[in-house]
Design a protein around this ligand. Structure first.
Ligand code: SAM
Length: 395
C-alpha cells in the first residue's frame, strides 16, 4: 500500500508510542539524496528500575553506541524523518514495514504475526545456531560437548551473522515475489560459491530446513579435499537429499541455475567469479561477503590528480583498492538491474573482511547518469575491474 509520508510516519509513530506493545524499531538504509547520522538505529523498550525506557542502539558502521531515553522525551517523528529508507516497527500483534521509494513515496506492508516483547536490559543476543547443533560439531566449530571452540569463535559468529541477514532478506524477497515461494517439489536453490569447509553451507541448509523452508543447497569449491570432507559430513548428517557439493571452479561450474547465491570470503577475484556466475545464471538474490582484494590495486598506477593524494601511502592505497573494488562491484550490479546495498554483516573485531554486498534483482533500468559515472570512474583511474569483463554491463 502506498501512502503519503506524513500518514505513514503518523501510523508508525502511534505504534512506537505504545510501549506496552512495542517490540522493536529498526531504521536502516538511506533515502535518496539524504544523509543519515548512523547506518542503522535499533530501538526497543527496556525495563530499568521498574520504569520503561527506550533503548537506542546506534551503529555508525564502526561501533555501536547505546543510550536510554524516557518514552515521553522520545520524539518518534523526528527519528522517522531522519532520512532512513527502511522503517520496521514490530509490536506484539504484528509488524509495520515502511519502505520509502526513490520518489519519496511510502510503501507500507503490515503483517499480523504475533511477537513477544523482551524488556530485558542487558539482553544477550539470542543465537540462531545452537552451539551444540550436531552439524557444528561435525564441521569442527563446536567440540564434542557442544561448546564453540575458542579458535573457531570468529567463524561461528561470521556464519551466525551472515545467516541473521540472509533469513529476513530471503523472507522479504519471497513476500515481495522477487524470488519464488519454494515448495517441496520446487525448492529454493541456494549456491554457496567458494564454500571451503562449508560452515556457511551447512548452517544455511540446517537453519532453513529447521524453519521448514524447502531448499536445495549446493556448495562449490575448487578444492577436491573440501568436496570429500563435506560429502562425508553430509552423509553422516543424512542430508544428502538436499545438500550437495561440487569440486569445481566457480567460473566453470556445471551448475547452471540458482535462486540465491551466497559467498563468504571467496578469495580475491573468486568473488568476482561468484558475482558474475550468479548474474549470468539469473540468480535473484546475492549475498556476497568479499575477501582480500589485490587485483584492482595493481591497476591503480595512474591515480588522477588530486585523487593521487589518496594513493601516496601504501596502506591507504590498499584500503582504497578494497573500497573501489567493492564500490565498482556494487555499481556494476546496479547497472545490471539489481537493487544493491553494501552493508556490514559483522563487527570488525571478528573479521576485517566484514562488508557484504546484498543485491536483489529488480530488473530496473539504470539511469544514464549511473552508467556515465561508472564509465568516467574507469576512464579517470584507467582501471578495468575484474567483474566488468565477466558480465555484460551495458545492454
Ligand atoms: C577463504 S576460503 C572461505 C571458505 C568459506 N566460504 C568460509 O567462509 O569458511 C575461500 C575458499 O574459496 C575457494 N576458492 C578460491 N578460488 C575459487 C574458485 N575460483 N572457484 C571455486 N572455489 C574457489 C578456496 O578453495 C577456499 O576454500
Amino acid at each position: 500500500m502506498a501512502l503519503e509520508l506524513d500518514q505513514a510516519f503518523a501510523k508508525a509513530s502511534d505504534l512506537i508510542s505504545d510501549t506496552s506493545t512495542l517490540v522493536r524499531v529498526v531504521l536502516s538504509g538511506r533515502r535518496r539524496n539524504m544523509s543519515v547520522p548512523f547506518e542503522r538505529i535499533d530501538i526497543r523498550p527496556v525495563l530499568i528500575k521498574d520504569e520503561i525506557s527506550l533503548q537506542l542502539s546506534q551503529n555508525d558502521g564502526r561501533a555501536m553506541t547505546t543510550k536510554n531515553i524516557a518514552p515521553k522525551e522520545f520524539d518518534a517523528k523526528s527519528y522517522l524523518n531522519l532520512g532512513y529508507a527502511n522503517i520496521l516497527v514490530e509490536h506484539t500483534n504484528g509488524a509495520l514495514t515502511i519502505r520509502i521509494t526513490k520518489k519519496g513515496e511510502a510503501q507500507l506492508h503490515e503483517d499480523k504475526g504475533l511477537r513477544t516483547q523482551n524488556l530485558g536490559h542487558d539482553r544477550k543476543k539470542a543465537r540462531l545456531l545452537s552451539a551444540s547443533d550436531p552439524f557444528l560439531i561435525e564441521v569442527g566449530i563446536s567440540d564434542l560437548n557442544g561448546e564453540v571452540k575458542p579458535s573457531r569463535t570468529d567463524k561461528y559468529l561470521q556464519v551466525e551473522e551472515f545467516l541473521r541477514l540472509l533469513v529476513p532478506t530471503l523472507n522479504s524477497a519471497i513476500e515481495a515475489k522477487q524470488i519464488k515461494s519454494p515448495t517441496t517439489a520446487d525448492p529454493l536453490v541456494i549456491a554457496d560459491l567458494g564454500c571451503g569447509n562449508a560452515y556457511l553451507t551447512f548452517a544455511v541448509h540446517q537453519y532453513l530446513k529447521s524453519a521448514n523452508m524447502p531448499v536445495h543447497v549446493i556448495g562449490i569449491d575448487i578444492r577436491p579435499e573440501s568436496l570429500k570432507r563435506n560429502n562425508e559430513i553430509a552423509k553422516k548428517l543424512e542430508i544428502t537429499d538436499s545438500i550437495e557439493f561440487r569440486a569445481e571452479a566457480i567460473g566453470q561450474t556445471s551448475l547452471t541455475l540458482c535462486d540465491v547465491a551466497i559467498a563468504l570470503h571467496a578469495c580475491d577475484t573468486a568473488t568476482d567469479d561468484a558475482i558474475a556466475w550468479s548474474v549470468n545464471s539469473g540468480a535473484k538474490l546475492l549475498l556476497i561477503a568479499p575477501c582480500c582484494q589485490h587485483e584492482l590495486q595493481t591497476q591503480m598506477v595512474a591515480a588522477p590528480a588530486p585523487w593521487n593524494i589518496l594513493t601516496k601511502h601504501g596502506l591507504l592505497k590498499e584500503r582504497l583498492g578494497d573500497l573501489m573494488t567493492d564500490a565498482l562491484r556494487a555499481q556494476i550490479l546496479k547497472l545490471l538491474g539489481y537493487r544493491t546495498e553494501v552493508i556490514e554483516f559483522i563487527g570488525g573485531e571478528h573479521t576485517p573482511r566484514n562488508i557484504m554486498i546484498r543485491a536483489t534483482l529488480t530488473g530496473a533500468k539504470a539511469d544514464a547518469i549511473e552508467i556515465e559515472n561508472y564509465k568516467q570512474m574507469l576512464e579517470l583511474w584507467e582501471i578495468d575491474p575484474a567483474l566488468a569483463s565477466r558480465v555484460n554491463i551495458i545492454n
